[in-house]
Design a protein around this ligand. Structure first.
Ligand SMILES: Cc1ncc(COP(=O)(O)O)c(C=O)c1O
Length: 397
């Protein structure tokens, strides 16, 4: 047989699969497993959005649209950028895709050549390194720590920039840390990108899930930044529409033109019904969205109070998204019931075995001493999970 794609053989399967598979198996045995591993809102899509989709199915929404999305939707998105982010984008430079992940994929494919490097900031979203590799580039990781609030350090960042660096990818509000980048951090990144002529990919998918501080789009801070930024957002998180698969990107020419061309041959338009539903989401009543945000904020407080009482699991207060990242280095090297914790994967397994709690090990995010807990789950689960973790830490530390 002829050799398979070398590039794609480097793509790592999800690190979290084994823990998820084990959690499911335990659940199937009737065990009371609590999952803190979810990456999506646990609420239904707001009714007015669902109803718009049903209406559209009935009046006929079964055809293709323009590959980059319905003109009406791109206009609505352009108005959203203006109103929410002080960003002026021509609807022609907006590409609607099958989820923000697809937008990120298109963006990488549009800017990368073999040998290029893209800087990602750890803890990073699990798909960034693989998306970078799939485009033929090499991920270069800038580490951050909970002591610095998971914010990038200017000297460390500049130290990673070399002749092959093509772009930097940023994500605020951040998955997995929940951190919202202050304006000064974004300006620092934008200035470095300008100085070294780098593209910026700004993943703003959690924009609407902010509890403290303000969201800034890096492209809005300076025209010099906007010229080099691909801004990515979508419907999944704020509108509880993960399964509808609508994300979007706004860029400058010719990047937007190339992204459109890639998409037109790879997938054509994203789902037509979901596009109409997204118009409703972006223009209809916002109360359900705000209600979801307040629900997450309440859970966030319960999480932080709970973790304040857990010995040996420090965290940086999350101010956005729906995740809390806890440092578990105090447990590394300990042996619990015959099993030594050498990694966060081991920690994940032990928490599942000992407390019936599923978390995502930090290794998935390039963060070797942390675990991520999602609070996109109900309050009763959160409270019970926290008390199991408190008991675990009391017993084993
Ligand atoms: C940081 C980040 N970016 C992008 C995505 C992808 O979102 P979508 O469902 O729109 O593809 C996710 C989903 O988990 C995410 O956490």
């Amino acid at each position: 047989m002829k050799p398979l794609s070398e590039k794609h053989q480097q793509i790592a399967p999800s690190l979290t699969l084994s823990i998820n598979a084990k959690a499911k198996a335990l659940k199937a045995e009737g065990k009371d497993v609590l999952s803190f591993a979810s990456g999506e809102p646990d609420m239904n899509t707001p009714r007015h959005i669902r109803e718009k989709a049903i209406e559209r199915i009935n009046i006929g929404g079964n055809g293709y649209t323009a590959a980059k999305g319905l003109p009406e939707l791109r206009q609505v998105i352009a108005r959203k950028f203006k109103a929410d982010n002080e960003l002026d984008y021509d609807p022609e430079d907006i590409i609607v895709s099958s989820g923000a992940k697809h937008s990120l994929y298109n963006a990488m494919q549009a800017i990368v050549n073999p040998g290029d490097e893209i800087i990602q900031i750890a803890p990073y979203w699990v798909s960034y390194p693989e998306l970078i590799k799939m485009a033929g580039a090499t991920p270069v990781t800038l580490m951050t720590s909970s002591e610095s609030g998971f914010l990038p350090d200017e000297d460390a960042l500049e130290g990673l920039i070399g002749g092959n660096t093509k772009a930097i990818i940023i994500n605020s509000p951040n998955n997995p840390t929940g951190v919202v980048y202050p304006e000064a951090t974004l300006r620092m990144i934008g200035d470095l990108a300008h100085k070294h002529d780098l593209y910026i990919i700004s993943d703003e998918i959690y924009e609407k899930l902010i509890y403290e501080g303000t969201h800034h789009s890096i492209a809005a801070l300076d025209e010099r930044f906007k010229r080099r930024t691909i801004t990515i957002n979508g419907m999944s998180k704020a509108y509880a529409m993960t399964g509808w698969r609508i994300g979007y990107a706004a860029a400058f020419k010719p990047v937007s033109t190339i992204m459109n061309a890639i998409q037109s041959h790879a997938t054509s338009n994203p789902n037509t019904i979901a596009q109409y539903a997204s118009i409703e989401g972006l223009t209809g009543e916002m109360e359900p969205i705000e209600t979801m945000r307040r629900t997450f904020d309440k859970r966030r407080h319960i999480m932080m109070e709970g973790f304040d009482a857990i010995q040996g699991m420090e965290y940086a207060a999350p101010t956005g998204a729906f995740y809390l990242m806890a440092d578990i280095s105090a447990f590394i090297g300990r042996t619990i019931n015959g099993k030594t914790i050498n990694s966060t994967l081991d920690m994940g397994e032990i928490l599942l075995d000992e407390c019936l709690i599923a978390v995502v090990p930090g290794e998935a995010f390039g963060s070797p001493s942390t675990i991520r807990l999602s609070y996109a789950t109900d309050e009763a689960t959160i409270r019970e999970g926290l008390s199991r973790l408190q008991a675990f830490a009391r017993e084993h530390l």
